[in-house]
Each structure stands twice: as structure tokens, then as C-alpha cells.
Design a protein around this ligand. Structure first.
Ligand code: GRG
Length: 297
């Protein structure tokens, strides 16, 4: 079972790699440096977790059309832009991600900033092509709204703002919750919710999926905190200890390693329970959510 799941996952990641690549602009023209910076960062080898969660949620509710494809690619572009900007000297100042130098190291800081800008804008250009595929599809506008909102000042950007502003200070637990909910969970929430919306899931189920993704996102970030303390650099592809270096309050620094482990387990199981309580089934999705509890990268 485990082997079968791993094979299925590897096949889905490979398919997602191909698909995102197809949607990226070709490297040509006077501005081709930006195209290669976009390709370099998106194709660096991420887990493709967000688009896979989006597509599996779409399948959960019986979605079958290719209208989801531009959204899958757009989500990975937004995720990648956030990582590129997060690595900039003014933010986390990281030179390595996934074992590779970040675009700003390869092409300079200005190109690092522009690569992030380019990916963010191109994400919307890409998502909007859903209308070319299915001009009459009634679900596309809401899916676009969710994508834009969760990436923005009420979502990921909002979380990052408070994260940057409170770095070096001891944060209250509710502030830490605000940051994790937006900085990390927001894109996972958007991913799963967009899958549900495009499949035509009813409103109550969309909310249930969003809550499941919120729990998963919180668990995902707390696991990230744990990996920053306990992870193996060779597996992570980046140095550990960056939270301490950057004077970040994390779930681990506030509550300790054991409590953090338990919180990851608890929230992940709650998330899975919410998905399993739906009158639809997708075993692969459930397995994927469960594997994230013990992820090592
Ligand atoms: C710059 C507006 C702006 C936001 C940045 C995403 C983010 C917010 C910061 C990155 C730092 C960080 C630890 C974020 C938490 C989310 C997280 C663990 C991202 C990494 O996601 P993975 O593991 O990445 O899915 P891969 O590389 O597998 O795609």
C-alpha cells in the first residue's frame, strides 16, 4: 500500500512538473533572462503539494475537466514567487533552497525581485486562461477570487507582513496563529477550496474543505518549525537553524519540541477527519494528508 502510494505520488509530481513547465513562458526575446529566472525557480523541484491537493480535492468532488489546469499552474507560480521573495536579503536572506542556489544568487538581487514579480503576475495571466477553455463555466470567477484573496493582504502577504514586523520579538500565541494561518495555511486553503469550487461542490462542503486545509496548513507550518530544528540539511536542501538565526518566535520556541509534534499530529488528524466526514471519497488524498505528518522535507 505504502509503495503503491509512493509510486502514485511520484507519477503525480512528475505530471505536475510537466504541466507547470508547459504553462511557463518560452525563453526568447530581449527579456529572456526573466523567463529563465522563472523557469529556474519553478522547476527547482518542489513537492508540488498545492496543485496536487487542488487536483485531488477536485477529483474528490467528481471534477473531470481540464479547466483546473491553469489554476494548478497558477498556484505553483504564486507559491514559487513567495519562496523567491522570502529568500531575498531583506527577508530571510537564504542562499539555498532545495539544494540549489536561489535565483537572486544566480542572477543578482534585482532579478530575484523581478522573478518573483513576474511569477505573481504570470500566475493571474495563466489562471485567466481558464475562460478560454470554458467561457461559460460559472465556477471560474469564484475560484479566481479565492486565488487572489488568499495570496494577498488578507492571506499570505498579510501573514508575511506581521512575520517580518515581529521578527526579533517574542510573539503572543494569537499573533503566531495569525501569521501561520495566513503565511502558510492560506495557499493550502485556497488550493483545496478552488478544487472544491471548480468541481461544483456545495457551499457547506467548500467550507468544510477550507477548514480541513486550515488545519493541514497549521500542521504543515509547525512541522516546518520542527524541521528547522531537527531536520537533516541534506534532505531539506537548505541549512537548518534559520529561525534561530533570524530571531523568529516559532511554535517550537514557544511550546517545545514534544508539544509541537503532538500539535502536528492532532491538527493533521482533525484535517483528515473533516475530509473523511464528507459523503465523497478519495483515498489518495487522505494518504497524502497523512504522510505530511512525518514529512522530512
Ligand atoms: C514573500 C509575500 C511573501 C510571502 C512569503 C511562503 C512564505 C511567505 C515564506 C516562505 C518561508 C516559509 C517557511 C513558509 C512557510 C510555508 C512553507 C513551509 C513553504 C514551503 O513549502 P513547501 O515545503 O515547498 O511545499 P516546496 O519547495 O516543496 O515547493
Amino acid at each position: 500500500m505504502e509503495k503503491e502510494f509512493q509510486e502514485q505520488l511520484a507519477a503525480k509530481v512528475a505530471r505536475m512538473d510537466e504541466m507547470v513547465k508547459e504553462y511557463l513562458p518560452k525563453e526568447e526575446g530581449y527579456q529572456k533572462t526573466i523567463f529563465s529566472a522563472m523557469q529556474y525557480s519553478v522547476l527547482a523541484g518542489g513537492k508540488r503539494l498545492r496543485p496536487i491537493l487542488m487536483e485531488e480535492t477536485y477529483r474528490l468532488f467528481g471534477g473531470t475537466s481540464t479547466v483546473i489546469e491553469p489554476f494548478l499552474a497558477a498556484m505553483e507560480m504564486i507559491h514559487t514567487y513567495s519562496l523567491v521573495h522570502d529568500d531575498l536579503p531583506a527577508m530571510d536572506n537564504d542562499e539555498y533552497r532545495l539544494g540549489k542556489q536561489t535565483p537572486l544568487v544566480v542572477n543578482g538581487e534585482a532579478m530575484g525581485i523581478l522573478a518573483g514579480d513576474a511569477l505573481l503576475n504570470y500566475a493571474y495571466e495563466t489562471a485567466l486562461t481558464a475562460f478560454d477553455r470554458e467561457p461559460e463555466n460559472p465556477y471560474i470567477p469564484k475560484a479566481l477570487q479565492v486565488l487572489a484573496r488568499e495570496a494577498g493582504v488578507y492571506g499570505m502577504v498579510g501573514g508575511q507582513v506581521v512575520d517580518v514586523e515581529t521578527t526579533g520579538q517574542k510573539q503572543a500565541p494569537e499573533v503566531l496563529h495569525f501569521i501561520y494561518h495566513r503565511k502558510t495555511a492560506a495557499l493550502l486553503m485556497a488550493s483545496m477550496k478552488i478544487g472544491a469550487i471548480l468541481a461544483g461542490a456545495e457551499e457547506a462542503y467548500q467550507k468544510q474543505v477550507e477548514k480541513a486545509a486550515e488545519e493541514l496548513g497549521m500542521a504543515f507550518q509547525i512541522q516546518d518549525d520542527l524541521l528547522d530544528v531537527l531536520g537533516e540539511e541534506a534532505v531539506l536542501g537548505k541549512p537548518i537553524g534559520s529561525d534561530e538565526k533570524n530571531e523568529k518566535t516559532t511554535y517550537v520556541s514557544l511550546y517545545g519540541i514534544e508539544a509541537a509534534r503532538q500539535e502536528v499530529e492532532k491538527r493533521s488528524r482533525e484535517s483528515v477527519a473533516l475530509i473523511q466526514a464528507l459523503p465523497y471519497e478519495n483515498d489518495f488524498l487522505v494518504q497524502l494528508m497523512l504522510t505530511l505528518i512525518h514529512r522530512e522535507k
